[in-house]
Ligand binder design. Sequence first.
Ligand SMILES: Cc1cc2nc3c(=O)[nH]c(=O)nc-3n(C[C@H](O)[C@H](O)[C@H](O)COP(=O)(O)OP(=O)(O)OC[C@H]3O[C@@H](n4cnc5c(N)ncnc54)[C@H](O)[C@@H]3O)c2cc1C
Length: 443
Amino acid sequence: MYDPLVNNYPGPAQPHVRSYWQATTSVDLPATQKYLPEHADIVVIGAGYTGLNAALELAQRFQQQVVVIDANQIGWGCSTRNAGFAMPGTGRLGYGDWEKRLGVDGTRAIKAEYDHAFERLERHLQACPQRLQAQRGGYLKIAHRPQAIDALKASYAILKRYEPGTRWLDADAIQKRVHSPQAHAAIHYPQSFGINPVLLAASLARQAQQAGVTLVEDAPVQRWDKVAQQHRLHTAKGRICAPKVVIASNGYTPNHLHPGIHGRSLPVLSSVIVTRPLTADEKAATGLHSTELVMDTRTLKYYYRLLPDGRLLFGGRGAIRGKDAQHPRYAKHLLAALQGTFPALRQLSSEPVEYYWSGWISVALDNYPRIYSPDDGIYTAMGYCGAGVTFTQLAGQRLAELAMGEQLPALPFYQGPLPRFPLPHLRRVGQWAFYQLARWRTF
Ligand SMILES: Cc1cc2nc3c(=O)[nH]c(=O)nc-3n(C[C@H](O)[C@H](O)[C@H](O)COP(=O)(O)OP(=O)(O)OC[C@H]3O[C@@H](n4cnc5c(N)ncnc54)[C@H](O)[C@@H]3O)c2cc1C
């Protein structure tokens, strides 16, 4: 599997990963251009949620001539591989962390920003004939062991100030919804919902194309130089020049794409399994009769949801290196974690896992993303730490505004570059040590 810290660039022409979403969704993707134009007002690198939202905004609101290039097909990265949890927020900081840094008013401004992201997502949902196959029901954040209850309750006391619709569920209440020895209390967030990520990528691509954006696939940027005030990108489909470039390659960004962003993100593999459809008895045994999304309180979290056809999607951390991503032990590890969560599913017949796939998320050193300009005429957004389905919808808009010289809200996401990792070449060693530590802290 492509590895951003090892390979020079992804693609070209790598097929989509074999995911449940790709196998079960029929999508209406817009036509793409065979040939790369020589010039554009703005080139966007990466046709995921971030890049497509930026391109849509640049073409629609600012009348820019935009070319989006992707190394492979549209949405080849995380934007078609994710679990489809549309949740408030991004990164790993909660309202308690933001309150300590920004006070109550600043945290309310953060919450307003998250609401804008949801509004944009709802707009894209309306633009999709299948309404993204949205499964409404909210999201449950579950204390996976008794020792996690106090910290969860303390975070709920703060959360209520910003999201009064959230509810605390004690052990009895959560056991009625999730029959698991790893469910001791929970917070219910009603605003969240599950989506089909492939439909979202397609909806965005169609909207962008209708707004006049040129989409070019199988054109990885292989080299980048500057001629006068123009950025010149050398791709597998030829060269393109533009005064402005948006880097929207996020967790897939090759290590040496541009010196302005080098060493500021850690690409981390996140993996998912999808079971065969559960029988009525198996579903009853899990208690999961609703369409709620679930995530636990582990340092390295597990998350799960029932899919529209009754399968169980279960996700968590993956391998460290791309070359290990497909090793069966990672799917086995997720199945063991699923069966630890739902012992009633230990009897799942042989071959219970029908799909297993992984993708690269971008982790920021200080746990929250940045939208900023690393160099003249270059704009980027990355570091969502695996929470990007909702926030990328807005991040793309903010990127476009930044590229057009507009003032962004005075929020930490927009006030500086991603911090550089100390000793970036040792990022993977640090990640391995963190995983070892998390194993001991969680159990
Ligand atoms: C298994 C998994 C589960 C997840 N689940 C959730 C979830 O439930 N909820 C949530 O909020 N978030 C989730 N995420 C994270 C979420 O999917 C991402 O934050 C989001 O999709 C990022 O979108 P993006 O457009 O920024 O990047 P991506 O969608 O990753 O797009 C980057 C694109 O850049 C292209 N590219 C890279 N290098 C080059 C180059 N040199 N030239 C040209 N193109 C290039 C790639 O081909 C790729 O298509 C999950 C991620 C994974 C992997």
